[in-house]
Design a binder for this molecule. Structure first.
Ligand code: ZN
Length: 150
């Protein structure tokens, strides 16, 4: 497991152990459930929208450090953003973790989400890192079925 050590940078460990916004929103008006059977990660995501803006967001679930940290940092990153801004951030994040492309002009800044660049060398971990984002998209689109990375 030593080659995984590079993944567990301090910030990921911190968010994995002490996830932010780890709570159910009792007044959520959007929610979705995500499942990554390959790793066993499960997430329930709750949103409270104010028009197009994500006014509040919380999640619960069980997962590995990567998925928990990704969910935690995602909630911090998209809170207060519009639906379109959150979607743009997801696209940029997806490019980062899959190593598909350099940032296109006008792409949003990832900020500390950039620590997840390390997962691109571990395809299984890419699913852990993107699960919360796929679940966010489903919640925004009001999809009823559970999101699965498989
Ligand atoms: Zn995982």
């Amino acid at each position: 497991m030593s080659d995984l050590r590079d993944l567990y940078q301090e910030v990921i460990l911190d968010h994995g152990k002490n996830p932010r916004n780890f709570r159910k929103l009792e007044d959520a008006d959007h929610q979705a459930e995500g499942n990554n059977p390959l790793c066993g990660d499960r997430i329930n995501l709750y949103l409270k929208m104010d028009g197009e803006v994500i006014a509040d967001i919380g999640f619960q679930g069980r997962g590995c450090a990567i998925s928990t940290a990704s969910a935690s940092m995602m909630t911090e990153s998209v809170k207060g953003k519009t639906r379109a801004e959150a979607e743009a951030l997801f696209q940029r994040f997806h490019e980062l973790v899959t190593g598909e492309a350099e940032a296109s002009p006008g792409a949003p800044e990832l900020g500390k989400l950039a620590v997840f660049a390390g997962v691109r060398d571990y395809p299984i971990r890419v699913k852990c890192a993107t699960l919360p984002w796929h679940t966010l998209r489903a919640a925004l689109e009001e999809k009823q079925e559970t999101v699965s990375t498989e």
